[in-house]
Unconditional design. Sequence first.
Length: 484
Amino acid sequence: MFQPFIRALVAFLILVSPLFATDLTYTFHYTGKPESPLIVDFRFRVDSSGPKQIFLPDQYGGQKEMWRSISDLEVVEGPIELKPGDLPSLRTIQMKGSGACHLRYAVHGVSGRLEQNVYYWPVLRGDYIHLLGKTFLARPGWPELQRLSVELNWQLPEGWTAGNSFGLGESTQNLSTSLFELQQGVYVGGDFRFRRFEIHGKPAAVALRGEWGFTDDEFAIFVRRIVTAERAFWNDDSFPFYFVTLLPVDIPPASFAGVGRWNGFAAFMPKGVGLDYSFRYLLSHELFHTWNPTKLSHSAGVPPTLYWFSEGFTDYYAYLLLMLERFETFPEYVDRMNGIIARYWTWATRNMPNEAAARLYYSNPEAQKLAYFRGMLVALNWNAAIREASHGKSSLNDLMRALKQRTEEKQEVITQAVLVAEAKRWGVVNADQQMVSWIDHGDTVEIRKDSFGSCATSSPRTGEAPQFRITSDMAPTACDRWFR
Ligand SMILES: [Zn+2]
């Protein structure tokens, strides 16, 4: 009498087993001994459909040859051989049959002090590790966005906790993810201190080490507040987990760096700094990259010719959201923008065409900063144009949310043409001419008199940067409606 049941069970198992099959397993072994590498084992199956190649870390944020951190890539077991590929970051898979493959390689950490741009390299120390997926994951050559069942195993020194963009404190993690998301993840372990909390019912955590001018709880509370604000802005709570790391590095006190990550971001700050405005600005900016450009472009980045948007619009919102969240007052915000307008006005590269600025982005700090200024001032202009065209009903914020919806629904990536089309739809009638002039040619971006609504105005000053002063005794909370 059990036979039908068993037959049904077998049929059921055959049916569901592909769901449980793991496409890719990584096992990370680290001893913490001086100079010891991180040993990575990874396993997947090959058949006639592929994969045909193995990809090593290559380029990221202007850094090249990141495969130099990887050595001793070998086939431990499986019906394949690895041959050199067309690039140093590629290996060609030569198949001798179908079946399971087991590959292994070593990851070497950056030595010495942790200087600027340390985030391009794996950090492997006696008491902790800090890695961005882009810097250390070798991977089969599957499509980056394909959904995969992935298992991560962490074999770390005793007492270490692993934390990453996918979870906290688990030595084995089973994920439904993609190669894109894995590479966008941040991975830590060791003497990081973790604080867990929830945002709209979804788990989140911060991981930090070292001494700071604030407590771990103060950091967690700030992160929670700004993440909540930015999710509310985008109307997007689709985050199974959210993870923010803070690593103390040996950079000058006034400098700071961060990179937006999948479901979070990694911040690198000079040891001991406090939770002051510049720190808050950094977190606000990096967090916004979760959407611009990551979600808007379905990839880690956009071409450098679009950095004026991905950095500039992000910067506009990094400052704006801190004001709207009452981390500074409306007059303080206007003052801050006056400072930025004044810097832009005398900026050496102010009228550099976009192509040239994009080409020099990673080698010329003034060309790099231009993308931030230019995009922010276009954003300020478009916000005013949309408010005017809609008689105060809409703002740039509506355009941004529409852009997210559009890129999601059409599986489209943002381009200058998409931005122009959306801007025109929201009432920026001259958006195409503006892009040709302000972006392509590099003409000075027009600062509209109504950039800050009716609460502030600028008096014309020939040849000098427009500067705004508060002219209204309206409550700041009424003034900031212009930006809501
Ligand atoms: Zn940025």
